[in-house]
Design a binder for this molecule. Structure first.
Ligand SMILES: [Mn+2]
Length: 388
């Protein structure tokens, strides 16, 4: 049996980071449906994130996205976060929304464009210095659409050169986390298409470079928990971008499409020490909320990650190992399924009450009156969204 006190301690200690862009208007390439009460600036995004943290107690970190969250004084933004009870998490770079990046950023054939992209990444490290952020999160839209369009190896060389310049700029306690994505926006080759490419670059860069696993960035049917287990074993799992996919990079709420997959991933995390803060795995959400209310959707996502984590922590590892060593295929599988089929909602309600929180985060949010307050307060101005 899992030690219940240890399970509760692990659940109350877990930290789930929410994305600033999840609070703004975002959607699909077809249509972004604006919603009332959406933040107009990064300060208001942090206020929404603080509302999520107030309801859940486990979401004190907020990822920023540069340039969408660029402000004249990042020290002021970090102080504002602190006054709201949250902190700045990962700084996400953006080398995909400028005219210059039509055929690439750090992998572009033109050294001037590469210089511009690398300078942006260095600017992001400046933002980390000013905000106390630990992680520089890199995702590159770079790739090609047509066979012969560019030299595959040449692009890898350019990528390595940019990464190594940025790596050298990192402070002692700062890290670089490199995200991969199978395809889109490039459709023939992507310069960081899979975990192996990210891992190979990170391995060469050094201990401060780690891989980000975005759960939506794989081919259908990919065994993501294998990737997670492998990277944990190598000490190279830096972070998760949790979200759900039914088809491609859907960016739906974590745990909505396939809660069993989320459980299997978190089982590998829990079993292999990844919940220990010393391991440094960041549990981030990377989602868009196009048709649903944003703050409640993020609260629901945090709860879904917590539920999968709770189930993972309930796996009877002694019984699992005994069954595995005995070659008891069905017994081992049953141990895992017993944990997955446990209703952990009462356990999480208890954990929340012991943390001095409401047992029901969504009800607590509704009762707070925050949703009405932002509708009344946020009149006029320009709502935040992609590009702002
Ligand atoms: Mn992502």
């Amino acid at each position: 049996m899992a030690d219940l006190a240890a399970v509760k301690a692990a659940l109350s200690a877990q930290r789930i980071e929410t994305p600033s862009w999840g609070y703004g208007n975002s959607g699909t390439r077809f249509r972004v449906f604006p919603q009332q009460g959406v933040p107009r600036d990064p300060f208001e995004k942090l206020a929404d994130a603080a509302a999520v943290h107030a309801a859940t107690g486990v979401a004190p970190l907020v990822s920023l996205h540069i340039p969408w969250d660029r402000v004249p004084d990042f020290g002021k933004l970090a102080a504002h976060a602190e006054s709201l009870g949250v902190r700045i998490g990962a700084i996400n770079s953006n080398t995909f929304q400028d005219e210059d990046y039509r055929i690439g950023s750090v992998c572009h054939p033109d050294p001037a464009v590469r210089r511009k992209a690398t300078d942006h990444l260095l600017e992001c490290v400046d933002v980390m210095d000013a905000t106390g952020s630990r992680d520089l999160k890199l995702w590159f839209a770079d790739g090609t659409n047509y066979p012969g369009q560019d030299d595959i190896v040449g692009r890898q060389d350019r990528l390595a050169e940019a990464l190594s310049e940025v790596y050298a700029r990192l402070g002692e306690h700062q890290r670089m986390v490199l995200e991969y994505k199978l395809f889109e926006p490039a459709f023939y080759t992507t310069d960081v298409p899979d975990w192996g490419t990210s891992y190979a670059h990170c391995l060469k860069l050094g201990p401060k470079a780690k891989v980000v696993v975005d759960t939506g960035h794989h081919a259908p049917g990919t065994n993501i928990e294998f990737i997670v287990a492998f990277l944990l074993r190598e000490g190279k799992l830096g972070a998760f971008d949790f979200n759900s996919r039914f088809y491609a990079d859907d960016d739906l709420m974590a745990g909505a499409a396939d809660p069993f997959q989320l459980f299997r991933i978190l089982h590998e995390v829990a079993k292999n020490g990844g919940l220990d803060p010393a391991h440094g795995v960041a549990f981030m959400l990377d989602q868009c909320h196009n048709i649903e209310a944003k703050i409640p959707a993020i609260i629901r996502s945090v709860m879904n990650v917590q539920e999968a984590t709770a189930k993972a922590l309930l796996v009877d590892l002694d019984a699992l190992r005994a069954a595995q060593s005995a070659g008891d295929v069905l017994g081992a599988n049953a141990v895992l399924m017993d944990a997955y089929n446990t209703d952990v909602r009462p356990l999480l309600a208890e954990v929340r009450e012991e943390m001095g929180l409401s047992p029901d985060p969504l009800a607590a949010y509704r009762a707070s009156g925050y949703a009405d307050q932002i509708l009344a307060d946020r009149v006029g101005g320009t709502q935040a969204g992609w590009g702002a």
